[in-house]
Design a protein around this ligand. Structure first.
Ligand SMILES: Cc1cc2nc3c(=O)[nH]c(=O)nc-3n(C[C@H](O)[C@H](O)[C@H](O)COP(=O)(O)O)c2cc1C
Length: 184
């Protein structure tokens, strides 16, 4: 099973990028093929239909689209920005949706978030659920929102076990939807 994990933050020292790396580590330990995709490597202009009409879809969006299409599972790990997701992540989703029609249809997704606050940025997960439902993706019921992320990522021996439970749920989600993989 191939998983692609994307952090919705490109900040140096990002908690969500650190969580994305931890999820990838647990996945690899469990025998999955897990790649962390850095949105800095797929730098995109803010979506604008005039730009697309004049210049087409940027090659970075096409590359990102290909990476996502090749994955059996996509995990988004996103900060919460004022109850939603950061513009860089929504912008990447919007550009990818211009490469082919309904690119995420039947694609299994996992959703996670991290925040220094108590709720762990769960609002970002809810916002992503709305977007992915609209795009006919299949997001796993199990989500993972890491509160007090600074402390927990730095020093919490129970964290990998919690992430392991989340990863198990994602694998079950993909396994329960074999036709989605076959249809890819
Ligand atoms: C514009 C903006 C809005 C934010 N809104 C929220 C929020 O609604 N809920 C929350 O828990 N944290 C919020 N934060 C704090 C982020 O959770 C915190 O900066 C976090 O470290 C960002 O993720 P990162 O470390 O992966 O970059 C916000 C931060 C910014 C810059």
């Amino acid at each position: 099973m191939k998983a692609v994990i994307i952090s919705g933050s490109t900040r140096t020292g990002s908690l969500n990028s650190a969580l994305a790396m931890r999820i990838a580590g647990v996945m690899r330990h469990d025998g999955l093929d897990a790649d962390v995709v850095d949105l800095r490597d797929h730098s995109l202009p803010i979506y604008n239909a005039d730009f697309q009409a004049e210049q087409g879809v940027p090659v970075e969006a096409v590359t990102l689209h290909g990476l996502l299409m090749d994955a059996d599972l996509v995990v988004l790990v996103s900060p919460e920005y004022n109850g939603g997701m950061p513009p860089i992540l929504k912008n990447a989703i919007d550009w990818v949706s211009r490469v082919t029609k309904r690119p995420f249809e039947n694609k299994p997704f996992g959703l996670a978030s991290a925040s220094p606050g108590r709720r762990g940025g769960a609002g970002a997960v809810r916002a992503l659920q709305l977007v992915l439902t609209n795009m006919r993706a299949h997001h796993a019921e199990a989500t993972f929102s890491l509160g007090n992320a600074r402390e927990r990522l730095a020093d919490d021996p129970t964290l990998d076990d919690e992430i392991g439970t989340f990863v198990d749920a994602l694998v079950t989600h993909v396994d329960a939807t074999p036709s989605m993989i076959d249809d890819r």
